[in-house]
Ligand binder design. Sequence first.
Ligand code: HEM
Length: 140
Amino acid sequence: MHLLALGIGLGAAYARARALKGTLDDAGFRRVFLTDALWGLAGFLWIATGLIRAFSSIEKGTEFYLTTGLFHAKLGLVGLILALEVWPMVVLIGWRKKLAKGGSPDTSAARALARISHAQAGIVVVIVCLATAIARGMWR
Ligand code: HEM
């Protein structure tokens, strides 16, 4: 499930960026909301399965991860992705509410949100490199 989240999440972050850069008509908004929901699903899967992997006995054990600097770096980058997500989350909730009331949302932030999605996809790639190093016990 942790790796499945990678397939879903990396694709969703890239697709959300593309959708945000595209025309924001009815179909465009549907694309943004669908890719946003998939990105959210990946985030949930990453954190839920990651916590189980880190803090149960199915992997290397809690002691290993708590004393591994690379793991702290990995969690720091996950935290950065979450911090970057605050503004897109607030804006997209606003868009959903406006559309539900039959209005047309102010989409002036769309390009900036697309750049954030691209940055998040880039951070995911860095996290995969760290995760692989951790899995192989490199540079603790
Ligand atoms: C963007 C978020 C994340 C990505 C892209 C990611 C990616 C990965 C990948 C690719 C692996 C497999 C490495 C391998 O076996 O070669 C892995 C393993 C693991 N991940 Fe994550 N992960 C993420 C978030 C998290 C979080 C939030 C946690 C914990 C709270 C976590 C804990 C773990 C643990 C414990 C392992 C096993 C490492 C080992 O084999 O020793 N991950 N992750």
